[in-house]
Structure formats: C-alpha cells, structure tokens
Design a protein around this ligand. Structure first.
Ligand SMILES: Cc1cc2nc3c(=O)[nH]c(=O)nc-3n(C[C@H](O)[C@H](O)[C@H](O)COP(=O)(O)O)c2cc1C
Length: 353
C-alpha cells in the first residue's frame, strides 16, 4: 500500500512531463517491477474461459502501451487479466516525428500519431521467449515502407505465434498510410488466411487464437463485410476498437485538432455501439474484446452487456493511474452481482436478449 501512495504521487508527477516521456517512464518502471502489485486472487465471478485460456478477470491492457514487450510482467502484476504487446512491425522503424502524443486533459482523452514506432519483431520475440505465467497476446502490423503487407503479417505471425497466447492482426491504426484499407473484404480475407497458415505452421500444426482489431470509423457496409469475413475465415475474435480519426462534438482541449487517433472517454459511445452491432452481425459466435474509453466498472459492464467477453484499457490509465485496475474489477463484480449474474459469461450480450 505504501508503494501505491508513492505510485500515485508519481502519476501526478508524470502529468507534468511531456506525454511521451511519461509513457517511456511508466514502461521503464514496470519493466523493472517498480509498479504496485494488485495481482492477488480475483473474485471468481470475474473468471472466464476463451479459446481454451482461463482469464482470471476480463480487464486487459490494450495494445500500444507495451509496444516492444518490455513491461508485460509488471503490467500483469498491476492486476490485469491479460496484456497485449505491440503493435510490432517486422523491421525496426522510428515512427512519426515528435511531438506525436497529446493529452486532452479536459476531455479525459488522448490523441496519438506514433505511427508504429517499433524495435522490430526480433526484439519482442527475444523478450517473450522467457515470459512466464499470465496471458500475453501479440499485436502485429506492417512496416510503413513495406510494399507487401501480407508478407509483413506473415513474419509477425511466424515469429510471435509460438511465443504468445493469442495473435492480433491490427488493420486499424490510423497512423500508417493505407493500413485501414486492409479491412476491405477481399484483402482482409486473404490476410487472415495467410496469417493463420503462418501461425499454425510456426506452432507445429497447433491453431493459435487469431483476432482482428478494427477501427471505430466504419460504414454499415464495412461492418457487414467484416462480419462476413470473420465467419468465412474462422477468425477467433474481434477487438473493437482502435482509435478514431473523427472528433466527436464537444471536445474542449486545445490539442483536439492534432492529427492522429483519438482515444479515451469520447470514444466510449462509438465503441460501445460498434461492439453491439458487431455482436449482432456475428450472432455472438466469436468473442469480442471491447476497448475504447473504459474508465470504470460501469463502462466495462456496459461493454460486456452489449456483447464484449473481455475488455481492454489504455487511455484512462493516463488520468487515473494503476489504482484504476482494481477499482474497475471490484465495481464490475458488484454490478454483476447486483443484477443477479452468477458468472461474467452470463452477462455477455445481455442487452440483446
Ligand atoms: C498512445 C497510444 C498508442 C496506441 N498504440 C496502439 C498500437 O500500437 N496498436 C494498436 O492496436 N492500438 C494502439 N492503440 C489503441 C489502443 O490499443 C486502444 O484500442 C484505444 O486507445 C482505445 O482504448 P482506450 O480509450 O482505453 O485508450 C494506442 C492507443 C494509444 C492511446
């Protein structure tokens, strides 16, 4: 607990720092085990099984915090039920020029245009090789200059599928030119098939859970085509969603018009609606991980009720610090109990019944 006090003070200090420096400092500290520990046993009500993996609780760390798989152990110790590393690109690349990360404090939001700064897949692979307990997913992408997207995802899958619990095809970051076009039906279908084949070969024939992470900025036709592709290709799950290139009305912060993807509280309504739509379009057949503006147990509960089996958090950590994680879990368990759910899974998609 003393450590918690120190860490909370540290969070206040972090806010005085340039946002990217604060991000690096947080990763540095977690990589050295300097974070607080909230990884005691979870309320059994929060446990669930997906893809044969037992999740002790449904609250995960979203991709983009631990891009190069440095801090996942420290992040698991904060009490996350799972951590997603990446997005990692095959070859190292620097990402966009700085500044490229902005805190929208009044809006409890973040804009980033990192552009896949990555140490490259081999660095992540080396770190994940000795990873220990806890569920760790690997989120893979393509290099900015690469002409052959499929080949890049094949490299990521080949290297990281054997070292991670699940694999995510990220086709939804707004900061790599052309990436979101890979959500188009024909391209996505080919990409999923090729990535699946590479992952299965790399795992000696064993099938690794393969998820696709989508953008919140989709037309109705896009949504239907993605749902059809998920069914056709036996995709194991969807992550909904990445950051938005839209700027919802009412943003107040000075940096609201910076280029990049917006995340945090203003994203929540978009993501929640999209989770509900995709749950219905896919008829609840594949687990959905809901991510976008979750900042408390009520948000996580709402996301689960519209169809998410698991959730992820990133931006709210910037404003609330690591104490957020145990708080979301206890609030969520209280809400489930109050509504008479004996287990988390019973609440998934409850709003549609
Ligand atoms: C600084 C920052 C970097 C991110 N980088 C990635 C990334 O590399 N890959 C990815 O799939 N999503 C990335 N995301 C998106 C998050 O994983 C998440 O989908 C999104 O921020 C919505 O959740 P939130 O509102 O809780 O932050 C990033 C988000 C932020 C704020």
């Amino acid at each position: 607990m003393a450590r918690m006090g120190i860490f909370d003070s540290a969070i206040s200090l972090f806010r005085l720092l340039d946002p990217e420096r604060a991000h690096h400092l947080a990763v540095w500290a977690l990589a050295r085990g300097l974070g607080p520990r909230f990884d005691g046993p979870d309320d059994p009500l929060l446990a669930s099984e997906q893809w044969g993996l037992r999740f002790p609780n449904p609250v995960g760390l979203a991709a983009g915090f631990d891009k190069d798989a440095e801090a996942f152990r420290g992040a698991l110790q904060l009490g996350f039920g799972f951590v997603e590393t990446g997005t990692v690109t095959p070859r190292p690349q620097p990402g966009n020029p700085k500044p490229r990360l902005f805190r929208l404090t009044e809006d409890r939001a973040v804009i980033n245009r990192y552009g896949f700064n990555s140490a490259g897949v081999e660095v992540s692979a080396e770190r994940l090789r000795h990873r220990g307990a806890g569920i760790v997913g690997a989120n893979i992408g393509k290099n900015k200059e690469s002409e052959d997207a499929e080949a890049d995802y094949i490299v990521g899958a080949t290297q990281l599928a054997p070292l991670s619990d699940y694999l995510v095809i990220n086709v939804s970051s707004p900061n790599t030119p052309g990436l979101r076009a890979l959500q188009d039906r024909a391209q996505l279908s080919a990409l999923i098939t090729a990535t699946r084949q590479a992952a299965t070969e790399a795992c000696g024939g064993e099938s690794k859970p393969l998820l696709v992470k989508i953008a919140p900025d989709l037309t109705d036709e896009d949504k239907q085509e993605i749902a059809a592709t998920v069914n056709e290709t036996d995709t194991d799950g969807l992550i909904i969603s990445n950051t938005t290139i839209t700027r919802p009305a009412g943003l107040m912060s000075g940096d609201k018009d910076e280029a990049g993807g917006l995340s945090g509280v203003p994203l929540f309504p978009l993501t929640r609606t999209l989770v509900g739509e995709m749950y219905q379009l896919t008829r609840g057949k594949v687990p959905i991980i809901g991510a976008g503006g979750i900042a408390g147990g009520d948000d996580a509960y709402a996301m689960i009720r519209v169809g998410a089996s698991l959730v992820q958090v990133y931006s709210a950590l910037v404003f609330h610090g690591p104490g957020l994680i145990p708080r979301i879990k206890s609030e969520l368990a209280a809400r489930l109990r109050a509504d008479g759910f004996a287990k988390l899974e019973d609440a998934v998609g409850a709003d549609h019944r």
